[in-house]
Design a protein around this ligand. Structure first.
Ligand code: AOF
Ligand code: ZN
Length: 399
């Protein structure tokens, strides 16, 4: 039986629950375009600015803001990382007095709470902006429509939902974290046209083209952590880095119950990205010592399962986790609901072999009717390969 994640919408008032459900596309029909073409252009500029902090803002969202006066941009900003000022603050600083009577575009609803920083709603009211154009409602229960209500109560015109789908897409991991209290799990694999991730002897360098591999490095830079099992460390000896000097370096996570791992794996010998080994209480103390000496963090969980690992990474403030593991761990992560999104690179190659490894191990299904169907499926060509992307269906639990 495959676990289905339920969105926890129980912390919302009835009104904010509807706003959030609609913003994140749960239980809501397709919508019409909101705002003018100029509004859309400005909102897309907000998203471009927000992307400058890709991979660096968790547990916070990616947010961009643009201030427009008399048809001209007079201030821009984005949220660089958690604990630092929000996007609106940077844009207001850049605009100075020109913010008075201006329109501000923000990709996420301005906050209305005292967190690590004071509420942006109050900052906008004090700056005297005339209009606020919002990309999407903030699903954080501390905000959830409250920022919009506060601005309207102060007499400011507010337009909500401009380029909403694009705003949601950029923050899909933040939204998932808020609604499901887990990071978004993304399963990525590269397989041949006949569904193999390696030859019968375990050789896998390389299944896909150079272009597809550099796309993976870019993908890693957008995630908070990359997770593999002990088998991948033993068989592939991966680096799990982004190979880009300036890029964000996600935490490399290894799940290993018994710590029966090679002493000289690349992961412990390369300090260019942080590494965490998740294991169980009391496992192999000598190996734990060796890891600690090499600067690797070790955390013992009472039981080590994909869901327990995701619960731990949630507590650490992560929004997105990339599963780059072998088929056995991938099957158990899927079965426990630790995977929401699948990215499959398919190389136009055939290697054959009935015992060659496949991307997802046994799920216990015997009939096609049990197959897990992905939705919102898209595909595109990357180099000489095809990238297929889709999501497992998600549920809202709003009792
Ligand atoms: N980063 C961001 C927002 N983030 C909102 O504020 C929450 C974090 O608050 P704090 O701990 O004070 O940084 C975060 O969970 C999200 O709901 N809001 C905005 O108006 N603009 C921003 O740029
Ligand atoms: Zn704010």
């Amino acid at each position: 039986m495959v676990a289905q994640a339920d969105a926890s919408l129980v912390n919302y008032t009835q009104e904010s629950k509807h706003l959030v459900e609609s913003a994140v596309g749960l239980n809501s029909p397709p919508k019409e375009k909101i705002g003018s073409d100029f509004d859309s252009r400005m909102m897309l500029r907000c998203l471009e600015l927000a992307r400058r902090a890709l991979g660096r803002t968790s547990p916070n969202p990616l947010v961009g803001a643009v201030i427009v006066k008399d048809g001209e941009i007079v201030g821009e900003g984005f949220h660089p990382r958690a604990g630092e000022p929000h996007a609106e603050v940077f844009a207001l600083r850049a605009a100075g007095d020109r913010a008075r009577g201006a329109t501000i575009y923000v990709s996420l609803e301005p906050c209305n709470h005292y967190g690590r920083t004071p509420p942006c709603s109050e900052g906008l009211i004090q700056a005297g902006v005339a209009k606020v154009v919002v990309g999407m409602v903030d699903p954080n229960p501390l905000v959830a429509g409250g920022g919009i209500a506060r601005l309207r109560a102060a007499g400011i015109e507010v337009l909500v939902g401009v380029e909403e789908a694009a705003c949601h897409q950029l923050n899909e991991a933040f939204v998932h974290r808020i609604l499901y209290k887990r990071p978004l799990g993304i399963l990525k694999y590269a397989m041949t046209l006949d569904g193999k991730i390696a030859t019968t002897s375990g050789h896998s360098a390389w299944v896909t083209s150079q272009e597809a591999r550099s796309e993976v490095h870019q993908l890693r830079a957008t995630c908070d952590a990359i997770i593999v099992g002990g088998n991948t460390v033993r068989l592939d000896n991966p680096y799990l880095t982004t190979r880009q000097v300036e890029a964000h370096k996600p935490l490399r996570v290894v799940m290993s119950r018994h710590l029966n791992l090679p002493e000289n794996a690349h992961l412990w010998q390369t300090a260019d990205a942080p590494t965490l080994v998740l294991t169980e209480k009391g496992a192999n103390p000598d190996f734990q010592e060796l890891l600690l000496k090499q600067g690797v963090e070790v955390v013992e969980l009472t039981s080590l399962t994909p869901d327990k690992a995701m619960a731990y990474l949630y507590e650490r403030g992560f929004c997105s986790v990339l599963w780059e593991c072998g088929g056995t761990l991938a099957a158990s992560a899927i079965a426990q609901g630790a995977v929401q999104k699948v990215l499959a690179f398919i190389a136009p190659k055939i290697i054959g072999g009935s015992i060659a490894p496949t991307p997802v191990g046994d799920l216990g299904f015997t009939t096609m009717t049990e197959a897990l169907s992905l939705e919102r499926v898209r595909w595109r060509v990357v180099g000489s390969d095809c990238l297929v992307e889709g999501y497992f269906p998600q549920k809202a639990n709003s009792q």
